[in-house]
Design a protein around this ligand. Sequence first.
Ligand code: ATP
Length: 249
Amino acid sequence: MSPEHAIEVRGLAKRYGTLEAVRGIDFSVRRGTTTALLGGNGAGKTTTLSMLLGVLLPSAGEIHILGEDMRRHRYRVLPRMNFTSPYVDLPKRLTVRENLKVYAGLYGVPDTRGRIAELAGELDLDALLPRPYGDLSAGQRTRVSLAKALLNRPEVLLLDEPTASLDPDVGDRMRSLLENYQRRTGATMLLATHNMGEVERMCDDVIMLRAGQVVDQGSPEALAERYGHDNMEAVFLDIARREDRGVQA
Ligand code: ATP
């Protein structure tokens, strides 16, 4: 366990019956950086993030977050983490404000009212606070999900497609918000996304998954150079379409 790393994963695997969704992967995420978790549909990104959060039990392997063994001390670390996911909906009949209050309570956030007001300002949520969550558009829900993720000022943020269904303007503002949050707090972010522009803009490192295995990793610049491309979109297509490559380049 290196103090330089906020997240360390060794031999992590998940089987669903006979399907090996994640096949014994190793990776580390340096503190205060943003790492992209990339891969095509079904590559194992959401399964990996769910195991890091502790909502899914690994079939094998070890996860250390902020120096703690997640198998033994996950409750020490969970208050210092948070996540966004398009697959986790908030209660639909509660208003946005009520939802944020409930989560602030669960995370033990001091000065709930002040923190919600602060985030509503930053995420442009004031007009949405009194509305039932179920009435919101997909993009509006994504913004609320980001507010929920920042409520407890997490040191580690797991972001599963955090800008999915946002229009380009709001998407750009949400990226700036996350970048500012990281600059201010030194938070570590692990970001699963299909948006390669987002990776080029936000990510220091990239982990590339295919069929539950890490097939390559490195900085966006290093990967672009290794594959002879000038952008991450081309690198992604190149790696994702190589059927018979070994585990590492
Ligand atoms: P996407 O980009 O489509 O979100 P992903 O990389 O997040 O994909 P996962 O959702 O982790 O992929 O899925 C990895 C594999 O595990 C897929 O083959 C998927 O069908 C399978 N899988 C995921 N959840 C379950 C489950 N609850 N039961 C059975 N198989 C599952």
